[in-house]
Design a protein around this ligand. Structure first.
Ligand code: TRP
Length: 340
């Protein structure tokens, strides 16, 4: 809960665009739950304003927003312990984002590798919002003076940019301690869950074949089938962790097993040293079903009552706003905006 005794404040967000995969769960949501239950004040956001940097059908966006909330709650985010809301209901994000657009330099944005990857050869045709995205992300974090940001490896550069924006703002306006320097938290065995058909590619909601990913809405039979058909290789499991080198599919399956069972890849190798895939894959399928099926069933139950999800979001937005608005007011005073 919002209480001053917390000195550590976590902020993180997930985009509601398309379906959710086990990669989102193991790489993000599961860690969010752990931090909620440790000594952090936690703020978790459905970043709908980031989602529209690429085209979203409005009905699909509404559905994906509610489904992501259902996934957060079904995975263990408690809306009474954490602040859970969607970004567009707290206007301070966009307002601070504009101020940061005037702090960040074009040269900084040009170095963002994710933009370069996403825009590709099409850089002239993507939205201006996609280019400015990291500046809004900085605002998401700093509007709460958040200190810790659990993110995947691919977001590390954006958190570093957030630190640069905070430092430049503090320096330009001579308010040395106003915005804190947030720390990215990047750890856990499966921060990067790879595709089940190609262990060199990330598990993504937009990949070609449904067999390459586990969706958080998949039922038990489908989860089991996907793991049993997952690509592996001709060797049995190695005797040591080092034996996974150069075996991307094997490494991915071991890491998924470790993450699902809250242990380390070392421990999984110790348990399955020398095992054939015919033994490991069914064990992995059973484990995945045991961990993921209760979440997917609970998500489905929550999705039957969208009005209740919307009430949870509205309450979360009120709590978020109570922290964000005073920080925005102070920012506006610092910048020199006249207010009544
Ligand atoms: N950019 C993040 C992603 O694509 C999502 C995000 C938006 C975020 N705002 C954030 C993550 C603030 C952490 C903090 O995964």
């Amino acid at each position: 809960m919002a209480d001053a005794a917390h000195t550590r404040r976590v902020f993180s967000g997930i985009k509601p665009s398309g379906g959710l995969t086990m990669g989102n769960y193991l790489g993000a949501i599961k860690r969010f739950v752990e931090m909620q239950n440790a000594d952090y004040q936690s703020i978790y956001c459905v970043v709908d304003m980031h989602a529209i940097t690429v085209w979203q059908e409005p009905d699909d966006l509404r559905h994906a927003t509610r489904e992501l909330v259902a996934a957060y709650i079904a995975s263990g985010i408690d809306p009474d312990k954490s602040i859970l809301f969607n970004q567009s209901q707290v206007s301070a994000h966009a307002e601070l984002g504009w101020v940061f657009n005037c702090v960040a330099r074009v040269g900084w944005m040009n170095r963002m590798t994710q933009f370069k990857d996403k825009a590709g050869k099409n850089a002239e045709a993507v939205s201006l919002g996609l280019y400015a995205y990291p500046s809004l992300m900085a605002a998401d974090i700093l509007i709460y003076h958040a200190t810790h940001v659990p993110v995947g490896e691919d977001q590390k550069q954006h958190v570093e940019l957030t630190r640069d924006i905070a430092a430049k703002f503090n320096h330009d306006f001579k308010v040395p301690d106003f915005f804190p320097q947030p720390e990215p938290i990047i750890d856990g065995p499966a921060t990067r869950v790879m595709n089940l058909r190609d262990g060199t590619k990330k598990m993504s909601k937009s990949g070609q074949s449904d067999m390459e990913r586990i969706n958080m809405t998949d039922d038990a039979a489908l989860i089991a089938k996907k793991f049993k058909k997952a690509k592996s290789d001709a060797e049995p499991l190695p005797e040591t962790l080092a034996g996974l080198a150069g075996r991307p599919e094997a490494k991915n399956l071991v890491e998924i097993y470790a993450a699902l069972s809250d242990t380390t890849p070392e421990a999984v190798i110790a348990e399955f040293a020398g095992a054939q895939w015919g033994r490991f894959k069914p064990a992995l399928a059973d484990l995945a079903v045991a961990k993921l099926e209760p979440i997917s069933l609970e998500m489905a139950r929550l999705m039957q009552d969208p009005a209740e999800i919307d009430r949870i979001l509205a309450k979360g937005a009120d709590k978020a706003n109570a922290i964000a608005q005073p920080i925005l007011d102070k920012t506006y005073d610092i910048v020199g905006f006249v207010r009544h």
